[in-house]
Write a protein that binds this ligand. Structure first.
Ligand SMILES: Cc1cc2nc3c(=O)[nH]c(=O)nc-3n(C[C@H](O)[C@H](O)[C@H](O)COP(=O)(O)O)c2cc1C
Length: 340
């Protein structure tokens, strides 16, 4: 039987020309986050010790685009730091022994803070000391100054004999220190934990019990690099702290564990360079992230990360970045079995 193609074509409905739709604009991505009571325009802060006092970077980086800047650790008196060399490369990261060199809290208040507070970004003062009184005095000086949005207590520096690490490894001492600091200020108080502790949850709970508003996880990992030709350490301070790409998976797990142990927010850092690195921390529960070692490769690393996160959200139809926090999903039983 012959098939009439003409008949088939004739029976098709007549298609009316449609108006061309206006191009849809992707909705604005909201990168803003909160770390407890502190709101940030985006989740990216520059990490302490890798971005000076912020102002030194102002010619290279648009500081107004950062969620915040955590300034170089501040002590009661200026400190000269460790003998050179102070940094060396490893296969995937760096080891540093800066020895907490800094200009001291009073010089920071008179020389750096007036410049820094001109920028529209959060300023977090990283504070350390050899004993409780040191921490309290540094906070006391900063309390009398405008322009500090919060404190980050460093209880975890592995590069000096008395860098507060004893507070960072003993939950009882940590809780006492945080309580004393809490009594000095109503500003947000973050506690930066050491990564090399038996159970991060125990230290996290101690800081929370002392009244911390948030935790920063984590500092560098104690390390030693040897020049086998002269049988000497490659660092003047002998041992140092490992940072960069190598520490990311270990620290992401610490953030994940800490977020399950406490109800205060966590700021994650360690080896962050790309939007995906930052998102690993956020999906494991972090409210915000800090960028450290990446600044030594590119001083604009944190500014680029803000742009990268925005583009990632646009490409993945995420309107509100904060929705991704803690969104890590467990493997199903079958997948878990397959891995074993
Ligand atoms: C050169 C250098 C100096 C640092 N100085 C400080 C400091 O003064 N206070 C502090 O809490 N952490 C300090 N840190 C630790 C970083 O803030 C950060 O916790 C660590 O490097 C891990 O992040 P990253 O892998 O992104 O660098 C320093 C790190 C480096 C590499």
């Amino acid at each position: 039987m012959a098939i009439s193609l003409t008949g088939v074509v004739d029976s098709l409905p007549v298609i009316q020309p449609q108006p061309v739709p206006a191009p849809t604009r992707s909705p604005r991505v909201d990168l803003s986050v909160s770390v407890g009571a502190l709101s940030l325009k985006n989740p990216v802060l520059a990490a302490s010790g890798t971005f000076g006092y912020g102002v030194e970077f102002a010619e290279l980086v648009d500081l107004n685009r950062l969620g915040g800047i955590v300034v170089k650790g501040l002590s009661r008196e200026p400190m000269e730091g460790a003998a050179p060399p102070r940094m060396c490369d490893t296969a995937s990261g760096i080891v540093n022994a800066i020895g907490l060199q800094n200009i001291g809290v009073r010089a920071f208040v008179t020389e750096k803070l007036p410049l820094l507070r001109r920028y529209n970004t959060r300023v977090i003062a990283n504070v350390f000391g050899a004993c409780e009184d040191d921490y309290i005095e540094v906070i006391g000086v900063l309390e009398r100054s405008e322009g500090v949005d919060g404190y980050e207590l460093n209880v975890s520096c592995p590069n000096v004999d008395k860098g507060g690490l004893e507070f960072g490894t003993d939950p009882g001492s940590l809780q006492v220190l945080v309580k004393s600091a809490r009594a000095q200020t109503r500003r947000p108080l973050w506690v930066k934990l050491a990564p090399t502790v038996g159970f991060i949850g125990v230290m996290a709970k101690a800081a929370e019990g002392g009244g911390a508003d948030a935790l920063t996880i984590a500092n560098t990992y104690p390390a030693l690099c040897i020049d086998v030709h002269n049988r000497k350490s490659r660092l003047g301070g002998t041992t140092g702290g490992l940072s960069g790409a190598a520490i990311k998976p270990i620290t992401v797990r610490l953030v994940y564990e800490a977020c399950r142990a406490v109800s205060i927010p966590v700021v994650g850092l360690g080896g962050i360079e790309t939007p995906e690195d930052a998102l690993e921390y956020i999906q494991s529960g972090a409210s915000a992230v800090e960028v450290g070692t990446a600044h030594f490769i590119d001083p604009r690393a944190s500014e680029r990360l803000v742009e990268g996160l925005k583009k990632w959200c646009e490409a993945n139809n995420i309107n509100q970045l904060s929705e991704l926090r803690g969104s890590l999903t467990a493997f199903s039983g079958l997948q878990a079995q397959a891995r074993n």
